[in-house]
Ligand binder design. Structure first.
Ligand code: SAM
Length: 348
């Protein structure tokens, strides 16, 4: 918590961007304090803490220069990751031990009545809380954009040509790849660049406020991506698409809601042709990667949700009457792509 709170205050004090400015020339606490009129003593306490965790360099007593991480955190989309993760979940972390004691040490499994609601006195899902807090909401989408630009793309692990493009219908809904809960379009934008040979329709689906944010960011202006407001707890309007893509969506929800989301996709799929592609962590059953476990606790605090092991993914998918056709991965600590087909697609 000390590292996180110091970095969150450093963002408000504009410490990273100031240290990175003017070609990164060395700066004192007094110079850094002028930017926001802060107390130099407070700035010193925050900068030296950030230096101790390599967010910046301390080259002499109270004298700072930027390193690669400082330069990243100086950019609004990277600073947004700290703003979102702190502002949205810190209260949940702080109150989670009390909440867990209160519920008799059970595993929280209700997306709208868990640690987040307890800590924030909120009725509804964490997403509705975020949507009602414009700065947090904006930070969330900036964070998702920044995050995606640093991770292997799903197309680096999944054989798109062999599994999607071969046999692709030339037009209409059957040619579609739909990014469901796709945020402000970061993944589809990357897909257009990395896979220009996919000539089918591309659809971005998300909630009203997110699609509006995507529009204001210019997504869809090139006419390549169709923007569609869609609540994934309702009937999927695009039937028989080539691929229904869900990246970092199911980890936001307990199993019960995941079954509803997947059920609507199952109803829309054309057996022998449509696939659901799930971009998520697949945890090892033994000695799982720390990145996976860290996000698991984060999802608990945010949404009474979870990361899933391979065994849990099979159980969830099969409980929906669907089948996992393959899991494609790229290295420990990264996401995987889980290809899901209709139960009857034995040869897929
Ligand atoms: C963790 S983000 C993932 C965004 C994107 N898929 C990615 O990987 O960058 C989850 C997304 O699900 C969306 N979402 C939440 N509830 C939804 C619902 N009921 N229907 C559609 N989208 C929803 C959120 O708005 C958010 O964009």
């Amino acid at each position: 918590p000390t590292r996180t709170v110091a970095s969150r205050i450093a963002i408000d004090l504009k410490i990273f961007q100031t240290i990175a400015s003017d070609g990164g020339c060395p700066k004192t606490n007094e110079q850094l304090a002028v930017v926001t009129g802060a107390s130099p003593k407070l700035v010193q306490r925050i900068t030296r803490m950030c230096a101790s965790t390599n967010m910046l360099n301390e080259i002499g007593p109270g004298l700072y220069t930027p390193n690669a991480l400082t330069r990243l955190l100086a950019q609004p989309q990277y600073a947004a990751s700290i703003v979102f993760c702190f502002d949205c979940t810190q209260k949940s972390y702080a109150d989670m031990p009390a909440y867990i004691r209160k519920i008799g040490f059970q595993n929280p499994e209700n997306a709208v009545d868990g640690p987040f609601q307890y800590a924030n006195n909120h009725v509804g899902h964490a997403f509705t809380w975020a949507a009602a807090h414009p700065e947090v909401f904006q930070a969330f989408h900036m964070y998702m954009h920044a995050l995606r630009s640093h991770r292997p793309s799903w197309t680096d692990m999944y054989p798109v040509q062999e599994r999607l493009i071969t046999g692709l219908a030339s037009e209409g809904d059957a040619s579609a790849l739909i990014d469901i809960g796709g945020g402000t379009g970061q993944t589809l934008e990357d897909f257009i660049k990395s896979t220009p040979q996919y000539t089918g329709k591309l659809v971005l689906q998300d909630l009203d406020e997110v699609i509006s944010a995507a529009k204001s960011m210019g997504i869809g202006d090139n006419k390549r991506v169709e923007l569609q407001v869609h609540d994934f707890f309702t009937e999927q309007p695009v039937k028989g698409a080539r691929a229904y893509f869900l990246q970092w969506v199911l980890h936001d929800w307990p199993d019960e809601q995941c079954r509803k989301i997947l059920g609507h996709l199952k109803d829309a799929m054309k057996p022998g042709y449509s696939k659901i592609l799930i971009g998520e962590y697949v945890l090892s059953d033994h000695n799982a990667a720390w990145q996976h476990l860290s996000l698991d606790i984060y999802m608990l605090a945010l949404a009474s949700a979870q990361e899933r092991t391979k065994t849990e993914w099979y159980k969830l998918i099969e409980s929906c009457g669907l089948k996992i056709a393959g899991i494609y991965s790229k290295g420990d600590g990264n996401e995987s792509v889980i290809e899901v087909v209709c139960e009857e697609d034995v040869s897929q």
